[in-house]
Ligand binder design. Sequence first.
Ligand code: SF4
Length: 368
Amino acid sequence: MPGSPAQARFEVGLPPVEPFLDAETTAQGLERWFPSHRRDLPWRRNRTPWRTLVSELMLQQTQASRVAERFESFVGRFPDARTMAAAGENVVVAAWEGLGYYRRARLLYAAAVRICDVHDGEVPSSTEALLALPGIGRYTAGSIASIAFDCRTPIVDGNVIRVVARLEAIDAAADDPALVKRCWETADALVGAAKSPGVLNESLMELGATVCTPRLPSCDRCPVQTWCAAFRSGRAASMPRPKSRPARRIVHLYPVVLRRDDRVLLRQRPLRGIWAGLWELPSVESADPLEVPAIASGLGFKVDDLRQVETFKRLLTHREVHFHVYEASTRIRRGHWCDRVVSAELAMAKPMRSLVDRRVWASDWPGG
Ligand code: SF4
């Protein structure tokens, strides 16, 4: 149930604020615009709290178009928290493949288990209970509470920061704590003034994703242009300033292709660190380049004829991964020797999946 703006501010621990912009007029403009301009996305066609929760977790750090391709098949497989909790973590992580940031899949699974244990299988409606679920922070809790339950809870993500910084012409870096705090206050004022908190929040997100975009905002089709201080001052495209990005750390990864009959040896990565818990060709990871003897001993079992077959590089958000791919032979029998079908069912990071598909299954080797 929607609460009053004052209650909402109390709930999220913010003092009442006097916004620079007229919250009521701006909220009305956004709410009028959204129904006829929103993108037709799968999770909007059929709303349930579970579908909203799954979509919000998927949308963290993944583009809506990518999520849209995968959403229906994923929720078709896990239509509610009970089905997901019963399936087990590995099955959920494998079904997540292609969406990246696999930690979210583990957290979603853990959230499903908690929903079953504590909430009788139903997604809770209060922001407090949502915040207690694994993987759900203030933004995601606010999205689910407002969209699924029409609670008057604000949301702030990168899109909302950009929109608010421009509406209020705040010339600061996008990750400046003072700007972020101001955005929470303004988002709170807007959702407090809205007729429908869910529509207001979705409309803010949608405006940031489709109109008030990072480099070239389409101010000529913006529903709140009249009240936008950055537009009036001609500085829309330069606000907010970019975040300062830490340099990427270089990682050298040495995957080794080992074949036996029509199978390839795969193993699970450690549960901490890059691509935690995903499957891979047995690999050695190092901050510095390694010579053949160090690669051979780093594998943890004996290999022969270790020879390099290709190299490539992949950029992740915080790392630059240099792949040095080797092939070898081995006499060991233990471990996960997987055929093509089993390999396809195991969750792998995208570069590892394409390496395995290309070098193992698409080769002219009999198993390929
Ligand atoms: Fe963004 Fe332009 Fe709209 Fe201002 S007028 S909110 S800069 S799209």
